[in-house]
Design a binder for this molecule. Structure first.
Ligand SMILES: Cc1cc2nc3c(=O)[nH]c(=O)nc-3n(C[C@H](O)[C@H](O)[C@H](O)COP(=O)(O)O)c2cc1C
Length: 332
C-alpha cells in the first residue's frame, strides 16, 4: 500500500504535489478540479500588497478618515462593506474554498515591503485560510543599495506578519540574493513553516526584428528545474524549516528529483497550463508507479536520499564548471 501523504511545513497533505499560485487558483471551479485531480493543497492566486493598501485607503477616505493608515484604524476597518473589490472578493474566495474543499487552502500575498498592509493577514486568518504564502517580490537591481538593505526587507516583512498571525507561514522568494545559502538559512530561523524555492520572475526579451523590448516566456519549461533542484539539495537538512520546490516541475520525474534532493513537497503551475488540470492525476499516478517499482511505501522512504548531506557524490551540487563535459564536446 503506497502512502503519498507528506508534510508541508506543519500541514499534513495527502499528496506532495501542490497547485502553485496562478490564474488556475483564483476561482472555485478550478480549485475544486485541482482537488479532484489529487492536488495536496492549493495556493490561491496572490493578492498584491498595492491592492490591499489602495483599497483600504480609498475606503478610509470615503469614511472621511485621514488617508494615512494606522494599525488601530485597520483593526476596526470593515473589509466587507468598504468601497473595494479585490480584498473582500479574496476573503470570500478563501471562505468558499474552505467550505467546499477538504485539502488545505493557502492564501498568498505578493509583497515588496512591510508598510501598512501587514495587518491584512488577520482577515485572511479569520476567513479560514490554513496558511499564508508571502511571495516576496524583490529584484535587487538598484546599484545604490546594499545587500543589507534588500535582506532586511525580508526580515521586516516576516516579523511584521508573524506579529499579526500565527497561521503557518511560507516564504516564496527568488534566487537573487548574495550568499544565498546563508541568507536562506537566516530566513529559516524566523520560525516560518517553509521556504518555497523559487519564484519565477517575469523575464525580459528583445525582439530583434522590431528592435524593441518584449516579454520572455510566461510559462516555464522542464529544463528550468535545475536551479531550485541545486538549492533544495544544498539546503536540505541544513535549515530550520521545510523546503518546498517550485519552478520547472513538469511531470512525475521532476517531483521525484525534488523529493530525492530533500523537498517536502512541490508546487506545479506551468505544466497545468500546458497539459490541463487532469494531468495532475497522471503525475500522481506515475509517482505511485515509480515508488512501487522502487519498493518505497512512503514519501519519507526516499525524501532527501540524494541531498548534499546524504548523497554519495555531494560535490555535484557545488560544481559550477562543465570542464569535463565541454572537453568531450565536438570541437570543445
Ligand atoms: C499565469 C501565471 C500566473 C501566476 N500568478 C502568480 C501569483 O499570483 N502569485 C505567485 O506567487 N505566483 C504566481 N505565478 C508563479 C507560479 O506560482 C510559479 O511560481 C511559477 O510559475 C513557477 O512554477 P512552474 O514552473 O511550475 O510554472 C504565476 C504563474 C503563471 C504562469
Amino acid at each position: 500500500m503506497i502512502d503519498l501523504s507528506a508534510h508541508y511545513g506543519s500541514l499534513k497533505i495527502n499528496t506532495p504535489v501542490v497547485a502553485g499560485s496562478s490564474g488556475l487558483t483564483d476561482n472555485i471551479d478550478t480549485l475544486t478540479e485541482l482537488e479532484k485531480n489529487g492536488a495536496g493543497a492549493v495556493v490561491l492566486k496572490s493578492l498584491f500588497e498595492e491592492e490591499i493598501i489602495r483599497e483600504m485607503q480609498s475606503g478610509l477616505n470615503a469614511m472621511s478618515s485621514p488617508s494615512f493608515i494606522y494599525p488601530e484604524t485597520l483593526e476596526f476597518y470593515d473589509y466587507f462593506n468598504g468601497p473595494k473589490e479585490s480584498t473582500s472578493g479574496y476573503l470570500d474566495l478563501i471562505k468558499e474554498a474552505k467550505s467546499r474543499l477538504k485539502i488545505p487552502v493557502i492564501a498568498s500575498i505578493n509583497c515588496i515591503d512591510a508598510e501598512h498592509w501587514t495587518y491584512f493577514p488577520q482577515q485572511i486568518k479569520k476567513s479560514g485560510a490554513d496558511a499564508l504564502e508571502l511571495n516576496i517580490f524583490i529584484l535587487p537591481a538598484d546599484l545604490s543599495k546594499t545587500n543589507d538593505y534588500y535582506e532586511t526587507i525580508y526580515s521586516r516583512i516576516i516579523e511584521a506578519v508573524k506579529k499579526q498571525v500565527d497561521i503557518p507561514l511560507f516564504i516564496k522568494l527568488s534566487p537573487y540574493a548574495t550568499h544565498l545559502a546563508n541568507f536562506l538559512q537566516k530566513i529559516s530561523e524566523t520560525k516560518i513553516d517553509g521556504l518555497v524555492l523559487f519564484n519565477r520572475f517575469y523575464n525580459p526579451d528583445i525582439d530583434i526584428d522590431k528592435m524593441e523590448m518584449s516579454s520572455g516566456p510566461v510559462l516555464s519549461s522542464y529544463t528550468d528545474i535545475h536551479q531550485s533542484l541545486r538549492w533544495v539539495g544544498i539546503l536540505s537538512g541544513q535549515i530550520h524549516c521545510s523546503l518546498i520546490a517550485s519552478t520547472g516541475i513538469h511531470d512525475y520525474t521532476g517531483v521525484i528529483k525534488q523529493i530525492l534532493a530533500g523537498a517536502s513537497a512541490v508546487q506545479v503551475t506551468s505544466t497545468l497550463y500546458k497539459n490541463g488540470i487532469p494531468y495532475l492525476l497522471k503525475i500522481i499516478d506515475d509517482l505511485k508507479s515509480w515508488m512501487q517499482k522502487k519498493n518505497f511505501t512512503s514519501i519519507n522512504d526516499f525524501k532527501g536520499k540524494l541531498s548534499q548531506v546524504q548523497s554519495q557524490n555531494p560535490a555535484v551540487y557545488s560544481r559550477v564548471q562543465f570542464m569535463k563535459y565541454f572537453r568531450g564536446f565536438p570541437n570543445g
